[in-house]
Design a protein around this ligand. Structure first.
Ligand code: BT5
Length: 228
């Protein structure tokens, strides 16, 4: 059983988790918040985190960080899929957006600090409205299922699936490949301060990097960045 600390409100559960880790939190410990006042996305972006409706959680890893961002994406994909009707499929956009019919349902932010990794997960469970300026259309379990969902039940499923993938890292690349809609697509990869890379997303390498073939047939291993 993981130790779970539930906060009413915090700036970011990732920051709360890092603080707790510095104070000696055990491996696998989890911080959740009902409301984030400064929820974070990747590359300095923000995560819309209204109170009382969604899941915002961070899990602390003290060891074995192998393919952790991919483990997170697989776990969240499976957790949301468990609540969707069979005609809706949750997919992963590399590296870790969870989309249903191209609508973003969840995002994952993995951060390494010292000898600790924090996997932060935001899932739109019961939100029915979103800010207009999001990068892509968003949705929630409630909007997709037509019914309010139990946040505690979703949390339990996420933790269960995180445990599963941590114990089965040898299957992560294969499973991720099966559910990743980025593969086979024409993509533009952007990283701050770099020229955009245009090409075809071919596969993942064994470290979870995205292999993109450019117009001159040169293959690039993309470790981070935005892929659109
Ligand atoms: C992510 O970043 O998708 C990672 C989000 C991680 C959030 C969790 S919540 C618990 C933990 N504590 C934190 O502080 N963070 C983690 P990225 O790929 O950079 O996507 C961010 C972009 O998604 C934003 O710039 C918006 O355009 C859009 N966005 C923001 N909030 C959203 C939401 N609730 N649903 C869908 N899209 C959203």
């Amino acid at each position: 059983m993981s130790e779970v600390r539930r906060l009413k409100e915090t700036a970011s559960t990732n920051d709360a988790a890092k603080k707790w880790a510095e104070a000696g939190a055990p491996d696998g410990a989890v911080v959740t918040a009902d409301h984030q006042t400064a929820g974070r996305g990747r590359l300095g972006r923000s995560w819309h985190s209204p109170p009382g409706v969604n899941l915002y959680l961070s899990r602390i890893y003290r060891a074995s960080f192998d393919l952790l961002p991919l483990q997170g994406a697989l776990a969240v994909r499976e957790a949301v899929q468990a609540y969707l009707p069979p005609d809706l499929t949750a997919a992963i956009k590399w590296p870790n957006d969870i989309l249903v019919n191209e609508y973003k349902l969840a995002g994952i932010l993995c951060e390494l600090s010292g000898d600790t990794a924090v996997v932060g997960i935001g899932i739109n469970v019961n939100t029915t409205g979103f800010p207009k300026d999001l990068r892509r259309p968003a949705s929630s379990l409630r909007l997709l299922t037509g019914a309010e969902q139990d946040r505690d039940a979703v949390l339990k499923t996420v933790l269960d699936r995180l445990d599963h993938w941590r114990e089965n890292t040898d299957l992560v690349i294969k499973n991720f490949t099966n559910h990743c809609i980025t593969l086979g697509r024409e993509v533009t990869v952007t990283l701050p301060g770099r020229e955009p890379l245009n090409g075809t997303a071919l596969r993942l390498n064994d470290r979870g990097a995205l292999i993109v073939k450019d117009q001159s047939d040169v293959e690039h291993a993309v470790e981070a960045g935005d892929v659109d």
